[in-house]
Design a protein around this ligand. Structure first.
Ligand code: ACO
Length: 332
């Protein structure tokens, strides 16, 4: 029986910082509103002239994770990317990164699961390792949400941003590392958050017809998502703890999807976990969808917030709806 454990982390953030103050000059909003309602102060946005495609960002994050892991890319059996903003409809970002890494042995593909993309990808890889079909894998989350944002829609454009994070996962015969992954979805609520072709064949829900329609623009019903997010995150976090007979006092660090500081506070409150044990970087990066957890994990790791043997809980929620959790014992 194999277990999987994380042996390297990396992240890549676009250079261009977009502050709340700058947004004030573009749309009818205020720094005060954004900070109070979301916790976001700045976010990073890709620029064409900086070579910051989804593939570029995912590659940079992956190279850092591979360097920390101390492996060569030709050892990778799988490359799985969580993303809803790939550079091409096909081939996958996974294959683009595989090519750049010369990871010739790997099976590479993308997973589309909204903000839960990274955790879904981690779950695929964990199962492949447990079954003995994979020894070493790269798991990443990358987004360039700035490419699908409606910059006239103040209820979404202040929230979403760009970035990438990656981990290298390796098989071990020791009983440690990733203890469990849980993934869930409910397509009934697909129209609470989606992005579509307006002039193509995508169906447009009447509910959101008033929002300015442009190709690929993203639409969100923030209020209803907010309540669903706190409930789904709390339930799946509890499920993960129960599965492993771990209580909230045993958790050293919670790394939640960074969607809104008030959602994170609601989750911490429901789990009875103090905010000092919750990793937060939403103030700097905003909501980077499937990149948010691996970016936070990399930062927490490099800041020394994770010690060998610590129980870490990661938990996500996003479009689909999808939600997911994992508990692991840190082993770097
Ligand atoms: N600046 C100023 N005012 C604004 C802004 C803004 N940027 N955006 C909205 N408002 C206004 C609204 O128009 C509304 O005004 P009104 O009362 O005159 O109609 C008022 O502020 C309140 O709007 P609400 O939508 O009720 O504000 P709320 O407190 O719910 O916050 C938010 C909105 C931040 C979007 C919140 O609902 C949220 O975070 N939702 C969850 C988002 C989420 O988790 N998404 C899923 C994951 S993301 C992913 O998968 C990519």
């Amino acid at each position: 029986m194999f277990h999987s454990h994380i042996i390297g982390t990396g992240s890549a953030i676009p250079k261009r910082i977009l502050s709340n103050k700058e947004l004030e000059s573009l749309i009818n909003t205020s720094d005060e509103w954004i900070v109070r309602r979301t916790g976001i102060k700045t976010r990073h946005i890709c620029s064409k002239d900086e070579n910051e495609s989804s593939t570029d960002l995912a590659l940079q994050a992956s190279l850092k994770a591979i360097e920390m892991a101390g492996i060569s890319a030709d050892k990778l059996d799988m490359i799985v990317m969580g993303t809803v903003t790939p550079d091409y409809q096909f081939p996958s970002t996974g294959c683009m990164v595989q090519n750049a890494l010369k990871a010739n042995k790997a099976a590479a593909f993308d997973v589309s699961a909204g903000c839960s993309g990274f955790l879904y990808a981690l779950s695929m890889v964990d199962n492949a390792i447990r079954s003995g079909n994979c020894k070493t894998a790269l798991v990443a989350g990358v987004e360039r949400l700035s490419s699908i944002i409606n910059w006239q829609d103040r209820s979404t454009c202040v929230l979403l941003a760009d970035g990438a994070g990656a981990v290298v996962v390796n098989a071990t015969e020791e009983n440690r590392g990733i203890l469990s992954t849980h993934i869930r979805s409910d397509g009934k609520y697909w129209d609470l958050l989606y992005s579509s072709y307006v002039y193509g064949k995508s169906y447009r829900p009447e509910l959101l017809e008033s929002i300015d329609m442009k190709p690929f623009y993203l639409k969100m019903e923030g209020n209803r998502l907010f309540k669903k997010a706190i409930r789904c995150l709390s339930l799946i976090a509890q499920e993960a703890m129960e599965t492993n007979s771990i209580c909230s006092e045993d958790i050293s660090l919670v790394i939640p999807h960074q969607a809104n500081i008030r959602i994170i506070e609601g989750l911490a409150n429901n789990l009875n976990i103090p905010m000092e044990k919750v990793y937060i970087n939403i103030q700097k990066y905003g909501n980077t969808s499937s990149a948010s957890i691996p970016i936070a994990l990399d930062e927490a790791n490099r800041e020394g917030r994770l010690k060998k043997g610590d129980y870490v809980l990661i938990v996500s929620f996003g479009a689909g709806l999808t939600w997911a959790s994992s508990i692991f014992q840190w082993s770097i």
